[in-house]
Design a protein around this ligand. Structure first.
Ligand SMILES: [Zn+2]
Length: 56
């Protein structure tokens, strides 16, 4: 009965890191270890972009 394992449900692996797009430079950036605890709050790819967004 149990055939090959279902396709299309990739497991979370270390390679599938979450990513976001920076609204300032419009480039995608990936999850980083240093953002482990604040990922939900991270909006910009770098400190520089973060400041650029606030300076406007
Ligand atoms: Zn950026």
């Amino acid at each position: 009965m149990a055939k090959a394992r279902a396709k299309g449900r990739p497991r979370l692996s270390k390679r599938t890191l979450p990513s976001k797009t920076c609204p300032v430079c419009e480039r995608p950036f990936d999850w980083r270890k240093r953002w482990e605890k604040v990922w939900d709050e991270v909006k910009y790819c770098s400190e520089r972009c973060r400041r650029a967004a606030r300076t406007r």
